[in-house]
Design a protein around this ligand. Sequence first.
Ligand code: ADP
Ligand code: MG
Length: 345
Amino acid sequence: MTNQSLPAIKFDKVSRHFGEVRAVDEADLEIRDGEFFSMLGPSGSGKTTCLRMIAGFDRPTSGHIFLYGQDVSNLPPYERDVNTVFQDYALFPHMTVAENIAYGLMVKNIAKPERVKRVDEMLELVQLSGFGGRKPSQLSGGQRQRVALARALVNHPKVLLLDEPLGALDLKLRQQMQVELKAIQKRVGITFIFVTHDQEEALTMSDRIALFNKGKIEQIGAPSEIYEHPASIFVANFVGTSNLVSGEVAKRITGADITFSVRPEKIHLGSVAENPPSDSYTTDGIVRDVVYLGLYTRYQVELDGGGDLVVVEQNLKTTSMDVLKIKDQRVRLYWNKEHISKMGA
Ligand code: ADP
Ligand code: MG
């Protein structure tokens, strides 16, 4: 029995060094039972190395990994109740879809009637009922990825690891699979650990995200926390777009010696006759660039006394003609004080 009050996965100061390379560096982390948890970060930031250590394909140089309270740091992969889905599917080409999915059950000597039943359940779960007799070569990329998912779930692992599983799909299919994958996770209730370098994918799918940078975890939080309150300059830049303000400009706007970020959509762009509410920060400037993007318009504003800010406004009533007239105009920018995130260097 799985004790659900224990974290599904816990990292206690886990490091994996390859000579001089600190692929993972003193990572602390707790993933809750039943969570859709993403590891997000640029290429080379240590995400795959973390997954490989959870799966048992690799071992920490120091620190400990716990699976529902059990220290698994030195257990071989087959003694951990964990499965992995890779980007390149790794299906057996000579076997049918049903045989691919049944493989893990055969290895465990599950009797045939039970195998057939569970394969059918899995085919239904991934919306491939009726495809059991096909070979992988007769499937589309998205269908193959669903077979890989079914094969990894058929043994009901405690934790499923997914390493950039949608990376090979085109954008539209990818977005569709994001929704499906999330729905499947909800249905089976298994903890998913999802690795991606795509910030939008992580924001839309995850209960929580760990943001990796050079082997270290910069921040762990719900998508809204990470987006609204980035803890560092790296996070503010990697997730969404943000204005980073420091030095003299920050001092002029806030009166304090700080570095802060503010998201472009939080800034109101008004005329210099406007009186901002008392709980706002405000600064005047000249619109230097206007880019009409249909859904919204992006303005670049050069601030009086130096620095510039990017502002994004939805085109609720405005047209491209309206917005272009604002170019070279003097404007007043203001935003609620709560919408800045202060950060260390
Ligand atoms: P990510 O999955 O975030 O792209 P990885 O975990 O694959 O990152 O890699 C993190 C760092 O560790 C990279 O600098 C990579 O080159 C290095 N690395 C990973 N595996 C090995 C290995 N077997 N030998 C040497 N260096 C490695
Ligand atoms: Mg990787």
